[in-house]
Design a protein. Structure first.
Length: 153
């Protein structure tokens, strides 16, 4: 069993759920350099959306990191290539990594880690609706499956 899933076998500190609602503010799409992993299926969907070939999509929007693919960033500020006017221009088709934010293991290790994530994510706040534990757990499983697929590409 993976480390990420093992962390959530026992009842976690957030078993009552957590307050979150995406405001589409774009804060998770900018900041320090990093990787937004994208798989072949997601590439194909986005290429179709832009009405271009997958090859053209990869050339224009993707960089290869070892055997994996990541979305490009703007070199001057590290914004995601799809961040336009502080909004994700492909929100409905964004990669799994983006769709499962903020339900990443590093944000869920402790209440302190969750509160640190709230410093740059305005959607994490006490006035937001409570996301049930089962939904959070589902998001973790989706991430884990995606990680396994991406690591074999």
């Amino acid at each position: 069993m993976s480390k990420a899933l093992k962390l959530y076998e026992e009842e976690p500190w957030y078993s009552e759920g957590l307050s979150f609602q995406c405001t589409e503010c774009g804060q998770c799409c900018t900041g320090s350099p990093g990787y937004v992993w994208i798989n072949e299926e997601e590439i194909a969907l986005l290429a179709k959306h832009f009405k271009i070939t997958t090859e053209k999509f990869i050339h224009t929007y993707v960089r290869q990191v070892d055997k994996r693919f990541s979305l490009k960033e703007h070199s001057e500020n590290y914004d995601c290539i799809f961040l336009k006017d502080n909004k994700c221009s492909v929100y409905q088709l964004r990669p799994i990594q983006c769709r499962t934010f903020p339900w990443w293991p590093r944000h869920l290790k402790s209440k302190k880690d969750w509160e640190e994530a709230a410093n740059y994510c305005e959607g994490i706040n006490k006035n937001a609706p409570t996301v049930p534990y089962e939904t959070i757990k589902e998001q973790l499983v989706i991430q884990e499956k995606s990680r396994q697929v991406n690591s074999t590409q």
